[in-house]
Design a protein around this ligand. Structure first.
Ligand code: SF4
Ligand code: SF4
Ligand code: SF4
Length: 325
């Protein structure tokens, strides 16, 4: 019997949602299990690093890697998988663009540790302990990975063959990608496996999007009611749909929430946030500096709004703090 292609799933700095997305394949997961030999899936099965190290280079057909890369252990793993796999797919927004964990690039590692382990009021950490590299308790030695100052996308660390976008990628896109890989019907290397058009093109509200929009008040979903049928931008809510790749099935818009941009930019757009900002700046109603400042003050978190998923792969990459990049 012919050998089944070997497939690896791995997670780096991930919330686990991308792993859930694989499980969300429902009955198709049985087809995947039938068609391939899963050699690594830490969230679901007990494989050891030494099992992968012992494999021949290139013997894994495809490695799906989700999560951003922010620790030395993750760097070691992705280099190992790059060596062992013929194809690497960056799975989900964090691997593709840096994702939500990439917003930590606004801070240094020390600031992240201070917030998480020392300053949060719900912490009971009177000794102000933060994770160290080495510790010994009762003769047992523990060595932890190095936590970096800067969060990186997968392609900032290793060569990536394809990108499966989304937070998390939807099951139909995952299934389509697996099918394309199994049947060899893949686009050229480097492609994002989702249609190269804007969310607005597929949006059920696109006919309500005026040709000319003027924004004189910026509304927020947390503080304003949203019309369930009208284009969000026409209502004054920031919707990243014009600068975001389609293919998600308009998941947020169907749930009456503006697009936050998790599918990333279309081809040939380097910086999704800058692309949106240049369009957004042209539709602000005030034309004088004071009026523009007043309007922009209504956005409490500009980076988290325009670069929610893509800060590490943006032109700015991270806040300049003097921290290593
Ligand atoms: S892309 Fe979204 S679902 Fe996937 S690991 Fe990142 S935050 Fe979680
Ligand atoms: S801006 Fe948002 S709500 Fe309006 S058409 Fe585009 S995706 Fe739809
Ligand atoms: S609507 Fe936007 S944020 Fe929501 S899933 Fe689609 S691409 Fe992602």
């Amino acid at each position: 019997m012919a050998q089944k292609p070997k497939v690896a799933f791995y997670w780096c700095a991930s919330c686990g949602g991308c792993e859930e997305a694989v499980v969300d394949l429902e009955e198709n997961i049985l087809k995947v299990v039938d068609a391939v030999d899963i050699v690594l899936w830490p969230v679901a099965m007990d494989f050891k690093k030494k099992d992968i190290e012992a494999m021949e280079d290139g013997s894994i057909a495809v490695a799906f890697i989700n999560g951003a890369v922010r620790m030395s252990e993750q760097e070691e793993w992705v280099h190992l998988l790059r060596k062992k796999a013929q194809m690497v797919v960056a799975f989900g927004a964090c691997a593709h663009l840096g994702g939500i964990p990439g917003l930590a690039n606004l801070n240094t590692k020390q600031q992240v540790f201070d917030t998480c382990y020392r300053d949060v009021p719900s912490n009971d950490n009177q000794a102000k302990t933060v994770p160290g590299l080495d510790s010994t308790v009762d003769g047992h030695h523990l060595h932890l990975p190095v936590f970096w100052d800067t969060v990186k996308s997968l392609a900032q660390v290793i060569d990536v063959d394809y990108y499966l976008p989304g937070c998390a990628p939807p099951p139909d896109l995952i299934w389509g990608a697996i099918n394309a890989i199994l049947t060899g019907q893949l686009p050229p290397k480097g492609a994002v496996l989702s249609p190269n058009k804007a969310c607005c093109d597929d949006c059920p509200r696109k006919d309500t999007k005026p040709d000319k929009i003027e924004i004189s008040e910026i509304k927020r979903p947390a503080t304003h009611l949203m019309d369930p049928e009208l284009c969000f931008m026409a209502q004054g809510f920031i919707c990243m749909g014009p600068a975001t790749r389609s293919g998600c099935g308009n998941r947020c818009i169907e749930g009456n929430m503006p697009c936050r941009g998790c599918f990333g930019p279309m081809d040939d757009v380097y910086d999704q946030g800058a692309k949106f900002l240049s369009a957004f700046a042209s539709i602000l109603a005030p034309k004088d500096e004071a009026g523009i400042d007043k309007l922009l003050d209504q956005i409490p978190d500009p980076t988290g709004t325009f670069y929610r998923f893509s800060l590490p792969t943006s032109l700015l990459h991270r806040r300049k703090t003097g921290a290593p990049v």
